[in-house]
Design a protein around this ligand. Structure first.
Ligand code: GTP
Length: 453
């Protein structure tokens, strides 16, 4: 039944963001399998896309595989497996970080295809999980762990840190700044970027990201600001970096990345506040719309809502040459209830009767309080016989209605009902007039009856 015109807009972008998580996870799995297949078959280009450039280390490929799988898991078994996969990646990356700091070579014991890695290193080729790669996967896994334990704010915060690392690496590849990507291969950069983005998208329904993806004005502005805040400094930075020496370009590159993320963080914070204020405004607007279309006593749609609904129903019926029925129902001798038991008892009767009417029809039918003790019911797509049966059933059901303080002392409440249907020519006003005159006849003939025009 139509009850609310100020409905929330669909949050399409959040749905899209959440729907791309499994495909990004699958992309990660494929990247890792390609790299591992490269090691298995000694087909170097699969794990080292650029000759003499950085390689995707086998341990890195395992981290990508575990994180990719954890993002693709279905709900039922997801939590324990996600926790285990994320935990494993955290362990591997922490070992690797300890390895880099202490030069202990611990990861050699757990790395698959280690002889191949050694061979590459002996030939002077880069092949190890660099500090930036280890930190990136550590943060992605930590974000997954926090998400699985419902720490959404922290999970989103950690995911945004993890997105920064592949962004720096990508900027390095774009600006040709080796220090920016170090030992992180293009394949690892893309796979890490996809997984970090997927982690961020998992929390799209929450916090800053939710505000940026909002379908309302605040979200629209925030999205444009985010894109401009990232693209403008990056493109301008790229042009300036071309004219700088290697050392200057490195420092300038860091400045550009910091600027981009500073702008994005500022935009997210202001979007959160904007969305908070706007959601209160929307709630107020919904309440106003509700009040304008509903009767406050019975909480049923009022005459205005009746007109909107009836016009739409008439247009629909004309479109498919169908019929619908209008019943106008009036409580018999209602004044007597007010006069005998007081206005409050009259109100109670109106509320109970409204509730009974709502329960007596289907969800697609509409029950309205037209005013005073008069109600209307729109029955969609019934034959005359069916509509008469419904009207009789309603009349009978109201006779059975019990309202403490009235029916137990003064007997049943009865109603008179007039019915009318649409014709190709008539308007809603015509239908109301016809149903009203049928109701008048029912009153004339002694009340407590149904008369159809
Ligand atoms: N308690 C209460 N009474 C209302 C409300 N709105 C209208 N009324 C009363 O409903 C009564 C309607 O009386 P009448 O139009 O004479 O109709 P009736 O007494 O039902 O008689 P018939 O319709 O001819 O059977 C009036 O006394 C109105 O004051 C309301 O919201 N609450």
């Amino acid at each position: 039944m139509l009850t609310n015109t100020a409905a929330e807009k669909p949050w399409v972008l959040i749905k899209v963001a959440r729907s791309i998580v499994p495909p990004l996870g699958i992309a990660g799995i494929l990247f890792s399998l390609v790299a591992l297949f490269g090691y298995l078959t000694s087909y170097e280009v699969l794990y080292r896309p650029f000759t003499n450039g950085p390689a995707t280390n086998p341990l890195t490929a395992i981290c990508i595989l575990l994180l990719g799988m954890s993002l693709c898991l279905k709900k039922r078994y997801a939590k324990p497996l996600q926790l285990s996969f994320a935990g494993l990646v955290i362990l591997i990356t922490l070992l690797r970080i300890a390895d880099i700091v202490t030069h202990s070579g611990l990861t050699a014991y757990i790395s698959p295809f280690y002889d191949r890695v050694l061979m590459d290193i002996e030939q002077g080729q880069s092949n190890s999980m660099g500090l930036n790669t280890a930190v990136m996967f550590f943060f992605i896994a930590l974000s997954q762990l926090l998400f699985s334990t419902r720490q959404l704010a922290l999970s989103q915060f950690v995911a945004s840190i993890s997105v920064v690392i592949p962004t720096i690496s990508l900027t390095g590849y774009a600006y040709n700044l080796t220090g920016f990507y170090g030992q992180m291969s293009m394949l690892t950069t893309v796979a890490g970027g996809a997984l970090a983005l997927a982690m961020l998208c998992l929390t799209a329904h929450y916090g800053g990201l939710r505000a940026i993806l909002s379908p309302y004005l605040g979200g629209k502005i925030a999205r444009k600001q985010t894109i401009a805040g990232y693209l403008v400094p990056t493109v301008l930075g790229f042009m300036v970096a071309q004219s700088l020496s290697a050392n200057e370009a490195d420092e300038f590159g860091i400045f550009v990345v910091v600027m981009c993320w500073f702008i994005i963080i500022m935009v997210s914070v202001s979007a959160i506040y904007q969305e908070r204020i706007d959601s209160k405004r929307r709630a107020g607007e919904r309440l106003l719309a509700q009040a304008a279309l509903n009767d406050p006593l019975t909480n049923l749609p009022n005459r205005r809502m009746f007109n909107d609904f009836a016009q739409a129903e008439l247009a629909r019926a004309k479109g498919r040459a169908g019929t619908f029925w209008l019943l106008i129902l009036d409580i018999d001798h209602f004044k007597n209830i007010n006069d005998t038991a007081g206005h409050d008892m009259g109100d109670e009767v109106l509320i109970a009767l409204g509730q009974r009417l709502k329960e007596s029809v289907r969800d697609l039918d509409l029950v309205c309080r037209m005013g005073g003790e008069e109600f209307s019911i729109i029955l969609s797509g019934n034959s005359r016989q069916e509509a008469q049966q419904v009207a009789e059933r309603i009349r009978h059901s109201i006779e059975q209605l019990e309202v403490k303080g009235w029916t137990d002392l003064h007997g049943p409440i009865t109603t008179s009902i007039g019915g009318a249907t649409n014709t190709p020519q008539n308007t809603i006003e015509d239908m109301v007039k016809v149903a009203d005159s049928a109701l008048y006849q029912a009153k004339q003939q002694g009340r407590n009856r149904v008369i159809f025009a």
